[in-house]
Design a protein around this ligand. Structure first.
Ligand SMILES: Cc1cc2nc3c(=O)[nH]c(=O)nc-3n(C[C@H](O)[C@H](O)[C@H](O)COP(=O)(O)OP(=O)(O)OC[C@H]3O[C@@H](n4cnc5c(N)ncnc54)[C@H](O)[C@@H]3O)c2cc1C
Length: 494
């Protein structure tokens, strides 16, 4: 494959400047040149022969605009990102990933890597570049004897939970089951049993990785341990993971949990009482709190609860939460872990537009409560959500420098979310979120790289990795000196 740099002739420069890239891409269908976006921001042109050669080298499909399957493959969970890659490599295995990475590297193409497609900031799809789509790679192998699992990177969390729970096993996974395991794990991975077993990345024991030069690298505590350290929280900065290994824990499939809903009246008092209650929680208890507006404009506080002890232990511990106000819905009950894990799936549908900002907090303090409640009361927004995520426990018992993930001691993070359907409402929602976040951010210290809006990354990335940042930057320089993997919470080669 030979790279043909795009020398802008007078005619092509005129044509490309006048025609938006996605229209030029559509016109390029069917064996002609393919205009594409380079990672330096320059447009390049791939010849039909180059594209054809890549297509033939793959076991999976290579899609270009206009081809059947292209429209579905380019869609990601966050409908705010309507991007059209020049090429989508729907990889069938590690060999396809290797070919696609080599092609992107050789042509200096803008490169996006898609696992479950749930990047809140839309990083898994790019305009005009190459999208490596890992979603066809879905195998899961649970070894009940060794209490371990090996996944391909297209596996979704619900699929993993289900497979492992048949054997009475589980490891930490996120709270919405249609999220991808790979993206969640590489950035950290919070979830309903993280207070018992640590982050998903703490249970992530090994990987196969394709690095920027197209090399296959084995990663484990014995093989390239520097990379294992970096992949545990450093996100997609170091290559494409083609297989992930986890340690699993014995977890009783029968748990206790569900939703407990209170009216928002006296929201300050309610959150204050919750703050006292949650500070004493056992590692078996997980309680997320969300302030949302119902379709009939009622504001409510919803607690999403999961207790992984016995029913008696759960009911005893949750008595205090039930008493912080007068619930309008008490749906706490015995339930399977798999059911609790998917109970909230419909609240975050694919294709809706989302904008999110978040940060770690050292507690649910009175000033934080005043700021958040004050903002929600003063500037209500139908699709606006304030969430307080439960962390701590085993997450905080791992040393800050043991993995790339740094902000371990925070007992919670706060998230402000705007969610809306129509493009016409984008400005209003974006403004609402930015104004609210301006008030909330001073109460936070660092953010979760998987939750952050891209407009914040440059400004906040160093603080978020703290004293781990220089080591991450050195690792980036070693494995990706040209920053091929840049569509992520990007660490610049140091
Ligand atoms: C509805 C919803 C609920 C969520 N809940 C939680 C939660 O409970 N806990 C939590 O910790 N997080 C949660 N998140 C955040 C989640 O961790 C991130 O969105 C994560 O990136 C999703 O992974 P994915 O594979 O689906 O994403 P993708 O969009 O496919 O990937 C996101 C990024 O991860 C990297 N990446 C993905 N796969 C690979 C790979 N194989 N190799 C290298 N890099 C890769 C790439 O940089 C990519 O841009 C949630 C997100 C959503 C949308």
């Amino acid at each position: 494959m030979k790279r043909r740099a795009f020398c802008l002739t007078a005619a092509s420069a005129l044509a490309l400047s006048a025609v938006p890239l996605h229209r030029a891409l559509a016109a390029a269908e069917g064996g002609s040149e393919v205009p594409a976006m380079g990672y330096s921001g320059k447009q390049i042109v791939l010849t039909a022969a180059e594209v054809d050669e890549l297509r033939k080298s793959l076991r999976g499909q290579l899609l270009t605009p206009g081809q059947e399957g292209y429209e579905a493959a380019r869609k990601v969970w966050n409908g705010a990102f309507d991007r059209k890659p020049a090429l989508i490599a729907r990889c069938a295995g590690a060999a396809d990933v290797t070919q696609a990475v080599r092609f992107a590297s050789e042509h200096r193409l803008l490169l996006a890597v898609r696992g479950g497609g749930h990047s809140l900031s839309g990083q898994s799809v790019c305009e005009g570049g190459l999208m490596i789509d890992l979603s066809p790679m879905k195998s899961i192998r649970v070894d009940p004897l060794a209490k371990s699992a090996r996944l391909e990177p297209g596996v979704l969390l619900g699929q993993f939970d289900r497979e492992a729970q048949v054997f009475g096993l589980a490891t930490t996974a996120g709270t919405v089951s249609h999220t991808g395991a790979a993206g969640l794990t590489l950035g950290g991975g919070f979830g309903r049993i993280a207070r018992r077993f640590g982050l998903a990345c703490d249970n992530f024991t090994g990987a196969d990785l394709v690095t920027a030069d197209g090399k296959f690298v084995r990663v484990s505590a014995q093989d390239n341990p520097d990379l294992l350290w970096g992949l545990r929280g450093g996100g997609g900065n170091f290559g494409v993971v083609t297989s992930l290994e986890y340690k699993l824990h014995e977890v009783n499939p029968q748990m206790y949990g569900g939703s407990l809903v209170f009216p928002f009246v006296q929201g300050r008092d309610l959150l204050g009482s919750f703050s006292h209650f949650i500070a004493g929680a056992s590692d078996h208890l997980y309680v997320d709190c969300a302030i949302v507006q119902t379709p009939d404009n009622q504001r409510v506080v919803v607690f999403d609860v999961c207790h992984s002890g016995t029913q008696a232990e759960a009911e005893k511990e949750l008595a205090g939460l039930r008493k912080i106000g007068k619930p309008v819905v008490d749906a706490l009950r015995p339930a399977t872990y798999v059911d609790l894990q998917r109970a909230g799936d419909d609240n975050y549908p694919h294709g809706r537009r989302y904008y999110v900002k978040s940060g770690f907090v050292s507690g649910i303090s009175t000033p934080l409560i005043d700021t958040t409640v004050g903002y929600l009361e003063g500037a209500p927004l139908p699709g606006g959500i304030l969430a307080i995520v439960h962390q701590g426990g085993a997450i905080a018992r791992v040393k800050r420098d043991a993995t790339a993930f740094f902000h371990r001691e925070a007992p919670h993070s706060v998230m402000l979310v705007a969610a809306w359907e129509n493009a016409a409402d984008t400005e209003r929602n974006t403004q609402w979120l930015r104004t609210g976040w301006q008030a909330i951010e001073p109460h936070t210290d660092g953010f979760y790289v998987n939750d952050v809006a891209q407009d914040d990354v440059e400004r906040r990335i160093r603080g978020t990795y703290g004293s781990n940042y220089p080591r991450l930057a050195a690792l980036k320089r070693k494995y990706d000196p040209d920053n091929l993997f840049r569509l992520n919470a990007n660490i610049k080669p140091g």
